[in-house]
Design a binder for this molecule. Sequence first.
Ligand code: TXA
Ligand code: MG
Length: 305
Amino acid sequence: MELNELVGIPTETVYGLAANALNEEAVIKIYRAKDRPSFNPLIIHLPSISAIEPYAVLDPISEKLAHAFMPGPLTLLLNKKDIIPDLVTANSKKVAVRIPQHPLTLKLLDLLNFPLAAPSANKSGYVSATSAQHVIDGLGIDIAYVLDGGLCDVGLESTIVEVVENAVIMHRIGAISAEEIALVSQLKVIDPAKSDSPVTPGQMKSHYATNVPLYIGNIEAMIQEHPTKNIATISFNKSYDGLINGHQYVLSPNGDINEAAQHLFAVMRLIDDFHFDIILTERFPNEGLGRAINERLERAQAIHK
Ligand code: TXA
Ligand code: MG
């Protein structure tokens, strides 16, 4: 294998499309394979907190967060050191750093003497991949290998935070909640959508989108509005009456929000493959990972509005 090839890697959140972060030729291949705009920077993946030092500056609060949540579904925006190519950070002085909680990928990272730049392993704007097969389905021709680490545990992308003066900016919600970040950092947590701090370049309004139009609302009422359509529904724990043409996907019959999160992207991809006319879904309980699910569904809906 050449040193500038792309490899699919499992993490506990979603699969990554990985390459040597210090090799610009390899990093360019990531942007090309994903059709990703060059202004949208990449996360670098490392095996341990002590491995961060050559690449980024770990300020005291970020260090606290790292010790509390890494390895795990948290990404920290840190001041970058010169060794990280500007291509990786899209010319930002900050680099996104993550230590994934997956035995196979931690072992791989341990063997390497460079970080892996890895965005989610999907075409830009499409639903993230939570199995090795998803990676092959979307990007197969562009990658040398996929490490098959099974189904991702969490199923939604990492929480992204940035420690600024007297506050922490939450750029993306994921399995680590704002409350947990506030508790460990002892700082106020700011949602950039509700403040004038810059929004993360990748957090575009439409994202995670299926090709089939997706709508969020009261599923029963929406079924009545579309009598002739071939409908797929995605619900939390209940199925609904009145669906003649279609199929219901219940993400967690036992009402476990973590299980629902784990299955969401796989179900969205499945529905796309079966060519339904529309996807009807509902707001999930707005707590824990339910908040991240709702945020992803809203972005998936935005493209069709
Ligand atoms: O769970 C995850 O974070 C997965 C796994 C593979 O680690 N990765 C992932 O990468 O979701 P991606 O590229 O799909 O999303 C990364 C987000 C993007 O919204 C990007 O704009 C933001 O992180 N980001 C990366 N570097 C940044 C930087 N220097 N400044 C601001 N935002 C940054
Ligand atoms: Mg992504």
